[in-house]
Design a protein around this ligand. Structure first.
Ligand code: NAD
Length: 485
């Protein structure tokens, strides 16, 4: 006799079996896990991108008639749920993507909950004068289409949602295919929070199986008025070619300069702390070091005392063959070195084991001395491997660091007590974020002042995005009146 089970019942049984077999398989499986979590149907997840867009549009229309304080109530609920379920999302992210570290991902979610600006970021401006009063207000776009990465999947969904909802928008996501379950869990979390705060059933939406085709549907849909893309160069380029207003948050390759005036012991520890945060997945994390020769040995000693493991140049060559692989562009046939997805965001010990090194438990970063041309310097690896280039003086260090940043104008770091040197590097590198004498994550408000974001829009100029980045300015003019003086 046939049993007519519902999708949720099938999911429950599959999860029970998979639990027996090991948790990783649960998220590896396929679609069902991006629509359900432990038997619970996720809210706002659709098979068809067009349906996701119309649900987000309904949500947008519903919040248009709500007061700003009601919108803020939704955001307060999102913050609360994000804090409460930070570890669940961190665990889901690590098991689905096989990248990063649960403790650090948990901290990233708490950072998003605490330091992503809400409606206070939306401020109106008034100009009065001889001819009356002009009011400028930050209005929503409507429905925002957002492309999110695998490196900070749920963090980006929640951070974008807080800012975009604070601005009065609905959102539809096309998450990274390698992080669908984690991203869609976050979409559901936002909708649960919204409902709890008296908002619409669905305010943010996503699809069961995001692809490049669903992204194209999103680009072309007339209801999508703003596109926001957080990812590598390929996807940022595709969004910027869409013909729509777009915010592009692209790749970086953040260099660190250490000069002879730095507190070298602190610099070594700060650099390793920043570089190993979530196994180097954040786009702002330290990727290569340019150290003035006179302090390079002391800097390396400090790094070794902070959990680094130094490999030889020969070992670096061997490791390079594992972490960078030849990839053929299907259109042009040109072969290019790209980072191996099997290595991105992995633990240093796992990477070392690939070249036969069994490292002590305390090791969290691989360091090596290389020249400027080495692939570890030139490629954005997103793994805890840190090349160090010795420079004869700070001028050479700054010149090489600017070149290694490749004009991304994303993020750079410097450890120095010389104001002239700090200013010179900041001016030369022109990055959106410049961190002085601290780990990289101070630049996104973790142990540093200022708000946080996981969408740092260098190419299109919004910088560290927040609610106001997702608004359009509207002007209302009252001629010859309303000036009270
Ligand atoms: P990725 O570039 O592999 O993918 C990002 C998203 O784009 C995914 O959803 C992917 O499926 C989609 N995509 C890729 N090509 C596309 C195309 N042509 N059209 C439509 N969609 C497309 O990103 P990733 O590997 O997960 O993230 C790492 C990259 O993102 C790094 O380069 C990192 O520096 C960058 N990043 C930047 C920021 C920032 O704020 N600037 C934040 C996080 C990550």
């Amino acid at each position: 006799m046939a049993i007519n089970w519902t999708d949720a019942q099938i999911e429950q049984v599959v999860n029970a079996v998979i639990k027996e077999l090991g948790t990783e398989k649960r998220v590896e499986k396929d679609n069902y896990c991006s629509k359900f979590y432990e038997g619970r149907k996720l809210i706002g997840i659709y098979d068809d991108m067009n349906d996701a867009i119309s649900a987000a549009e309904q949500g947008y229309k519903a919040i248009r008639s709500m007061r700003v304080e009601e919108r803020e109530k939704i955001i307060t609920e999102i913050r609360e749920l994000c804090r409460k379920e930070a570890t669940i999302m961190a665990g889901l992210g690590v098991s689905e993507t096989k990248m990063g570290n649960v403790a650090h991902k948990t901290a990233k979610h708490v950072l998003v909950a605490d330091k992503t600006p809400g409606t206070q970021d939306i401020v109106s401006q008034v100009k009065t004068g001889d001819y009356g009063l002009t009011l400028t207000e930050m209005a929503p776009f409507g429905v925002v289409g957002s492309i999110t990465p695998s490196t900070n999947p749920s963090e980006t969904v929640i951070c974008n949602s807080i800012g975009m909802i604070a601005a009065g928008n609905g959102v539809v996501f096309n998450p990274h295919p390698n992080a669908i379950a984690t991203s869609n869990y976050a979409v559901d979390l936002v909708n649960r929070a919204c409902k709890k705060a008296g908002g619409p059933e669905v305010l943010v939406a996503s699809v069961v199986k995001p692809t490049l085709d669903t992204a194209q549907t999103m680009y072309k849909h007339p209801s999508i008025r703003l596109l926001v893309c957080t990812g590598g160069p390929g996807v940022v380029k595709s969004v910027l070619s869409s013909g729509k207003k777009a915010i592009g948050a692209g790749a970086g390759n953040p260099p660190v300069v250490v000069d002879e005036t730095a507190d070298v012991v602190k610099a070594g520890k700060d650099i390793i702390d920043g570089c190993t945060f979530d196994n180097n997945l954040p786009c702002i994390a330290e990727k290569e070091v340019f150290a003035v020769n006179s302090i390079a040995d002391e800097l390396i000693r400090s790094m070794l005392n902070s959990g680094a493991y130094k490999i030889t140049l020969e070992q670096a060559e061997e490791l390079s063959k594992m972490v960078l692989v030849d990839t053929k562009n299907p259109k042009t046939g040109i072969i290019k070195k790209t980072v191996s997805r099997d290595c991105v965001g992995r633990d240093a010990k796992v990477l070392l084991s690939k070249i036969g090194v069994k490292a002590p438990e305390s090791v969290r970063c691989i360091i090596c001395e290389t020249d400027f041309e080495h692939p570890f310097v030139q490629h954005e690896l997103m793994m805890p491997i840190l090349p160090i280039v010795r420079c004869k003086n700070v001028d050479e260090a700054i010149d090489l660091a600017v070149k290694a940043e490749h004009g991304n104008r994303h993020t750079a770091h410097m450890h120095s007590k010389n104001i002239d040197n700090l200013t010179r590097f900041a001016r030369a590198v022109e990055t959106t974020i410049f961190v002085k004498n601290a780990p990289s994550y101070a630049g996104i408000g973790f142990g540093g002042e200022g708000h946080t974001t996981f969408t740092i829009a260098g190419p299109t100029g919004e910088g560290l995005t927040s609610a106001r980045s997702f608004t359009r300015y509207r002007r209302c003019v009252m001629s010859d009146n309303f000036r009270i003086i």
